[in-house]
Design a protein around this ligand. Sequence first.
Ligand code: HAM
Length: 442
Amino acid sequence: MATYKAPRGTHDIYGKMALGLEKLDSISRQIFKKHNFKEVITPIFEEASLFTRSIGEATDIVEKEMYVFEDRKGRKLALRPEGTASLVRAYIEHRFDMTEPIGKFFYSGEMFRYERPQAGRYRQFSQMGAEYLANPNPNADAEIILVAKEILSALNIKDIKIHLNSLGCAGCRAEFRKKLVDYFSSVSDLCEDCKRRLEKNPLRLLDCKIDSSKFQNVPSMKECLCGECSDHFSQVQTLLKSVGCDYIVDDKLVRGLDYYTRTVFEVRSSSVGSQDALCAGGRYDNLVKELGGQQIPSVGFALGCERVLMACEQNGFFETVKTDDVVFIAVADEDLFPQAFTFANELMLNNNNIRKNIELSENITIEGPFLNKSLKSQFKLADKLGAKKTVVFGRNEFNNGKIIIKDMTVQEQKEISLPDFIMERIKNLDTSGFKMSAYAEK
Ligand code: HAM
């Protein structure tokens, strides 16, 4: 039994999940860059009030889930629960509106929420997110949704559904809010959370896990959209249709953060269990101003890397993730260890001359040589590592300027001449300070 375990709600990422995360990261970056999004790396903690103001006082995140702490000078800080507020803070602080002709940014990193852990829901999790600032038009909403879809498609996740809704502007929401308060006031035995939220944030009642089954014929946001918001929503849909992107209009979709205006969306997968939102986002036309900047309408999304990786696993993506070929460097005669070590180092330095000479592919993982192992155990280890080729340094061959290359897949070996320049380098190595006997295999 291990003395220490990762804290509840956190997890170590290793093995194929770590490879998958690397792949997700590189695919997302390629797609973000193709769409002209520029990376911004923000701190993992910020002033707590940045999140309280942006996400909203009456949201679960702010009420129950933030990791808030005081530093030694008594500043109230919080581990970031999401990336949008930090990105907007950086946008205002560095006047990106003056320096960036297009306000497209992306970020990746760990987020922290004190939630009840379950599959797909963690207290520390990673997001990759994109924010498109300073574009009020529906093409920005459509592009954001398409970027999210493109990433998931590139990862071979097929079973996705895009849920789409519009929350309108402040005017539309005031009317909707009134209708909701009237409606919910007539529902008996609301849960404690809903009773409290009815006053502060009645929209949140719509996705209450406890009470939602009691709600029949709930007023719909659609009925409250003003002309402009309604036009914006139908233009987003026209653009999505024009590129063949399927979606479901879902008027129950309200999202758990208060900054949204107009378009909101979630991309869900049926393969990952109850936490099925792989990615989510929407428009936030007033947030930049609320945080002290200009009126800069914006839209964005973030995908949850762990959930996306769960979907990847279900959709067979990991089987397609290739690792580089392993080349194992072995020594048959221990006194050739420094020569083999030097050779391995040359290979590491990406010496294409050597690679071509011994027919190695461009991307390889190099392992060895080892000091305290017999040739037999070196071959065993090479096998365990799945090595494609093993390079063997043996005295007789080396004296003739050669090494042995064993092709491990067909168990055939051949001798090849080392290129002159490397032979020059290693044949006269002064190995007098190297005492092999100290490392004999026990
Ligand atoms: P969010 O819906 O809170 O939105 O999170 C986005 C995604 O992060 C979720 O769809 C989910 O995949 C993942 N996620 C959230 N919480 C957890 C958790 N506890 N464990 C594992 N994964 C989780 C936002 O964060 C907004 N900032 C998105 C956005 C960007 N809106 C506009 N721009």
